[in-house]
Design a protein around this ligand. Structure first.
Ligand SMILES: [Mn+2]
Length: 368
């Protein structure tokens, strides 16, 4: 059986809004041609509560897919228990099957595979959730079995107390698929695969590689990366020594013109390093910016110690601020009795004061 594995489409991502739809569509349509089954690894949308416009685009994409789709939710869709998330919404519309802490067999031309999924859980609760999954689902020994995840692993993401991909071995699946990481990765000799995102999100060096999805062959136990048409991303570093703002502008404009000749549509990011001539400040630079040209001005930058460095490190590794705040909230409320479900209240507050007020009115905390 040929299985297409797609992840992190981030529909509605504001920075590259149109790309998020065209590139997701390209991945799903190509996958439908080449695969017998499509698996989606979470972060379908960029927002926890997508706009009607974005939901409409998602419905348009999925209603054209005639192959079976199994999906999990990512951290961008995760909501507290009892609240419908935006991936489940598509399941209600009959467009896909949402697998969270459950599994089911899928048969194609006499070949049976077993697919299980665990949607994203906060990283500090991941090992507990995986333990629960192990207790609840046992993959059949005589069939090819797949576990879909959307988590951080210490092999790819910096963070305290993260699980290792090798901890997964004890769960007993043939193949492990993971979303969340936006670059293509492979571990455990091809038994742990990450397709990466279909849209550019971080403008990092890793994202200069092509975007696409993974096509897995269960008979051969092999896979390949299928590239999709996606906007090219060019990252260039320019170093200066005692330059005037005028000199910097000229060099950047020249470099941009040269690159634009070959790549008119590309997203270009220049990282400026080094020093300016004495008496000038980085803010003296007046570089024309277009939506597709990004300037990362690091001229005259003094390395800051402590908090700043930590924040930058966390940003670089894509630990969302929301996730950190939720983690802090859980730590502070541990063992305490509250009149409300703190997780739900937090989510509702993000939606606005009206939603939060509703949540407080509706139900008292289960802890009472
Ligand atoms: Mn993501």
């Amino acid at each position: 059986m040929k299985i297409a594995v797609i992840g992190d489409t981030h529909l509605g991502y504001s920075r590259f809004y149109e790309d998020s739809f065209t590139q997701a569509k390209a991945a799903f349509e190509d996958a439908q041609e080449k695969a017998d089954l499509i698996l989606f690894l979470g972060d379908l949308y960029d927002s926890r509560v997508p706009t009607l416009q974005v939901l409409g685009e998602a419905i348009t994409i999925f209603s054209k897919i005639k192959k079976n789709v199994y999906a999990i939710h990512g951290n961008h869709e995760r909501r507290s228990k009892g609240n419908l998330n935006a991936v489940e919404l598509l399941e209600k519309a009959g467009l896909l099957t949402h697998l969270h802490m459950r599994g089911e067999p899928f048969t194609h031309e006499g070949e049976e595979v077993f697919i299980a999924g665990m949607g994203n859980v906060p990283d500090d609760l991941a090992s507990k959730a995986l333990g629960r999954l192990k207790g609840e689902i046992t993959p059949p020994e005589n069939a090819f079995s797949i576990l879909m995840l959307h988590q951080s692993f210490k092999e790819y993401v910096y963070g305290e107390n993260l699980a290792s991909i090798h901890d997964l071995e004890q769960l007993g699946y043939t193949l492990y698929l993971n979303g969340h990481i936006h670059a293509t990765k492979e571990g455990m000799e091809g038994r742990f695969l990450i397709p990466g995102s279909t849209v550019l999100t971080q403008l990092t060096k890793e994202e200069t590689k092509p975007k696409g999805y993974i096509l897995y062959d269960t008979k051969e136990k092999t896979h390949r990366f299928v590239e999709i048409p996606s906007r090219k991303f060019i990252l260039e570093e320019k170093t200066f020594e005692g330059a005037t703002p005028q000199e910097v502008s000229e060099r950047i404009n020249e470099a941009e013109d040269a690159l634009r000749k070959e790549n008119p549509e590309a997203i270009i990011r220049f990282t400026l390093k080094g020093t300016l001539k004495e008496g000038f400040r980085p803010t003296d630079l007046n570089l024309p910016r277009t939506p597709n040209t990004h300037i990362d001005n690091r001229l005259n930058r003094v390395q800051l110690k402590g908090e700043m460095e930590k924040i930058r490190e966390l940003r670089k590794n894509n630990v969302p601020v929301q996730e950190l705040s939720e983690q802090k909230l859980r730590e502070r409320l541990k063992g305490k009795i509250t009149l409300f479900d703190p997780q739900e209240l937090f989510e509702r507050l993000l939606e606005g004061p009206e939603a939060a007020r509703e949540a407080l009115k509706r139900k008292p905390s289960k802890k009472l």
